[in-house]
Ligand binder design. Structure first.
Ligand code: NAD
Length: 409
């Protein structure tokens, strides 16, 4: 698969900007450790299921490994490695003291009962417990894992080590040390970056038209926040179809309809169905899948701005086309770093026993994201490069500095 190859292309561009040696570039492309296991779980029908599982610990020069765990039928070593690498970059872009990691189990979670999913979560922790911990490697939720999954994982870990260890995992339920604001952190962070970008461009959100692909955790909150700022959300899609209205759809009603009927296609009351990427909107927010803007599809995009909430929605060749066309792409490693930023705040709360109020979380998140945007945009302007190249260059310079300080390169 191409995911890790894409990461290497981004590293290559950044390494040229930073004049890194080949040895330094290669050191930045290599995961520290790839852990593998086959997880066996007793299934409800009495049989035993075996599921391949991975934990890729990419780099811990700047702090403990950090990254989510996904349960997905297509999770494999290449994808998990690419996502682990992106986590290291993301944490460095926003300047939080974590390295990068990611985990995955190759499984279709929709075919498992809640009990089986809980057993799988516990089996994952038993397999990798020696390599996890508040100062070693801190997991979090990702695709098809939830705060309940994190609760099962924390409980299993604490039984193994025999101590309370709330900082070993983030994205926990509030009742066992989760942080206020964690559930909406990714979209909140992305919108803080958008606010800073609009300020830079002297644009008013009220005059903005936006189309949002994906109405899950992140996309739904992004659409809500755009509408709250007065922007017209002219298209909003899920896997069943797109709601579109050039005058702006009623986001709250659309999301309530989706909640009631499960998907937009079953709830045709707002707008028509069209292609969300080709909609005439100033801003496109991919918040669903990877590889949406490709050499084949990029020609149809009409937006002047792209805010990448999804991981890897733009291929490197589409990225070059967009830069040449003057489209501003806020890259995933900056735009969606709000989730891991609030995970960092949750980790601090787990270590200190403090409970932060929601205002403290949202203020600190907005400050962190805006500061990161200003640093990235400043670099991009100075060097005449894209925001993605600038974000990678800044992040890799921080990573390489930490690796040099430790004598690793
Ligand atoms: P989710 O599973 O809650 O939502 C995904 C949404 O995408 C669903 O509404 C689904 O219907 C929709 N979708 C699927 N296929 C589609 C298609 N072909 N066209 C339009 N919509 C489609 O996931 P999420 O947590 O919101 O994550 C979305 C993306 O954001 C992923 O790439 C994820 O890696 C990234 N991300 C999420 C977070 C987070 O904290 N939630 C953090 C960082 C990055």
């Amino acid at each position: 698969m191409a995911a890790f190859e894409h990461f290497k292309q981004h590293v290559n561009s950044a390494a040229r900007l930073l004049n890194l040696s080949d040895a330094e570039r290669l050191a930045l492309e290599k995961p520290d450790r790839i852990l593998r296991a086959n997880l066996t779980v007793k299934l409800d029908d009495g049989s035993t299921g075996t599921f391949p599982a991975y934990r890729v610990q990419f780099n811990n020069a700047r702090g403990p490994y950090k990254g989510g765990i996904r349960f997905h039928p297509e999770a494999d070593e290449d994808e998990v490695s690419a996502l682990a690498a992106m986590m290291a970059v993301k944490c460095a872009v926003v300047g939080i003291p974590f390295g990068g990691a990611k985990g995955g189990v190759t499984v279709d979670p929709k075919k498992l009962s809640a009990r089986e999913r809980g057993a799988l979560a516990r089996a994952y922790v038993r397999a990798f417990a020696d390599h996890l911990g508040p100062d070693i490697d801190i997991p979090a939720p990702d695709v098809y894992t939830t705060s309940e999954t994190m609760a099962a994982m924390l409980d299993e870990y604490e039984q193994i080590v025999g101590t309370s260890a709330p900082a070993m995992i983030t994205g926990k339920p509030l009742s066992i040390g989760g942080s206020l604001g964690r559930d909406t952190a990714t979209a909140d962070g992305a919108l803080a970056v958008l606010d800073a970008l609009l300020e830079d461009e002297k644009l008013d959100a009220v005059r903005l038209t936006a189309s949002v692909q994906g109405a899950g955790n992140a996309g739904a909150q992004a659409a809500r926040l755009l509408a709250r700022r007065g922007a017209a959300v002219v298209a909003l899609s899920d896997s069943s179809g797109t709601l579109a209205d050039p005058a702006g759809i009623d986001v709250a009603a659309a999301l309530a309809g989706k909640e009631a009927k499960k998907e937009f296609a079953a709830w045709g009351a707002v707008g028509g169905v069209g292609n969300v990427m080709e909609t005439d909107a100033r801003l496109f927010v991919p918040a669903a899948l990877e590889e949406q803007l490709t050499a084949d599809t990029v020609g149809a995009l009409r937006a002047a701005y792209v805010l990448e909430i999804a991981n890897g929605p733009t291929t490197p060749d589409a990225d070059r086309t967009l830069f040449a066309r003057g489209v501003t792409v806020v890259p995933d490693v900056l735009a969606n770093a709000g989730g891991v930023t609030v995970s960092y705040f949750e980790w601090i709360q787990g270590r200190t026993g403090e409970r932060w109020e929601l205002d403290r979380v949202t203020d600190a998140l907005a400050k962190t994201m805006k500061q990161a945007y200003r640093e990235v945009a400043g670099f991009a302007k100075e060097r005449g490069v894209s925001l993605r190249d600038a974000a990678y260059a800044l992040a890799l310079s921080r990573l390489i500095e930490a690796m040099r300080a430790r004598g690793r390169v």
